[in-house]
Design a protein around this ligand. Structure first.
Ligand SMILES: [Zn+2]
Length: 331
């Protein structure tokens, strides 16, 4: 059980907090007394991984059982990687009874409400706890976030522009990459979002088709990735959606007639290859992420396939769909 006053459990942070307040209910090994353990997990270190840094937080708390005096030590290890939080609580002298999520928090609340009249000394703490529960609950219900998992940095920049153009709420969308790319990395990334999460996060994996959609699709299904949680691009790669002559001519300051003639000769080349060849010919190098972002911003219309994905994201973020799907996982 991990709580934090500033942000709620399992929330996706764009900036890393320095510490967390956390709370757990534990049972004394000697007499069975239930004890609430509070702590502050401080930021300790970050470790670079394929999809960005993994953040580590630690805390140790020492207690004596108020009933029998047994000494209790609680060690908390919290990690955050790719916007997913994981926590581990090690106890000596006590046994943890809750560490699974907000549902259990509600149970702790109910438990303490029931003993409130008998254990007057606990009253103060329980009131604080109740307040916190309400805060967390309110916040958890108000959070709306969507994670888009794309293959690499270029895709990240291009998607950002497409999303902005379609008026998507950028504050609620995180675009993350799945490392070196490739279907296996993508599966690893998508699997993380199904794993031990404190709060479910709506997400979608965007995959280059590489011309074998059927094979990619069956591999994803085999790994239990739900149909709602992935989209295989009809085109080979995201760059194929940027092949708009007018936009490219404008961004790279090329004469449009000259560009059209050059493109004609490139027939058959792949999306990225084609864009790279244009860059090599007219600006002396393949377009970088920034240039690709500018092209995405300049094309007359966001491609239909991309638009339908974005409108689905906006719908999830703005309607009750998300509440219906995720409500049950909260309480
Ligand atoms: Zn005890």
């Amino acid at each position: 059980m991990v709580l934090n006053e500033k942000e709620s459990v399992g929330h996706v942070f764009s900036k890393e907090p320095e510490y967390f307040e956390w709370i757990s209910a534990c049972r004394c090994n000697k007499c069975g007394q239930i004890i609430i353990i509070f702590g502050d997990a401080q930021f300790d270190h970050a470790k670079e991984r394929e999809m960005g840094p993994e953040y580590w937080y630690f805390d140790t708390q020492y207690y004596n059982c108020p009933n029998c005096g047994q000494s209790i030590i609680a060690d908390l290890i919290l990690t955050q990687y790719a916007y997913i939080w994981d926590c581990e609580l090690d106890l000596s002298g006590a046994e943890k009874i809750h560490l699974e999520g907000l549902r259990e928090l509600a149970e702790i609340k109910a438990h303490y409400e029931s003993i409130l009249s008998e254990k007057r000394t606990l009253e103060q703490r329980i009131l604080i706890l109740q307040n916190r529960i309400q805060q967390i609950k309110d916040r958890a219900e108000s959070i709306k976030i969507y994670v888009l998992i794309v293959e690499g940095k270029d895709d990240q920049v291009i998607w950002e522009q497409f999303l902005k153009r379609e008026g998507a709420p950028m504050d609620s969308i995180e675009i993350i990459t799945y490392g070196k790319g490739g279907i296996d990395e993508a599966i690893k990334a998508a699997t993380m979002f199904r794993g031990r999460v404190l709060r479910k996060i709506p997400h979608k994996l965007i995959i280059d088709s590489d011309n074998n959609i059927k094979e990619v699709e069956s591999k994803l299904k085999k790994h239990g990735i739900r149909r709602d949680n992935f989209h295989i691009l009809k085109e080979k790669e995201i760059e194929a959606y940027l092949l708009d002559e007018e936009a490219i001519a404008r961004v790279l300051s090329i004469d449009i007639t000259e560009l059209k003639e050059f493109i004609k000769k490139l027939k058959g080349a792949r999306g990225k290859e084609k864009l790279d060849a244009i860059g090599n010919r007219f600006i002396g190098h393949p377009p970088n992420s920034q240039t690709k972002g500018l092209i995405a911003r300049a094309i007359k219309e966001v491609p239909e396939e991309i638009r339908s994905i974005i409108s689905e994201i906006i719908k999830v973020l703005s309607s009750e769909i998300m509440e219906e799907d995720y409500e049950n996982d909260l309480f």
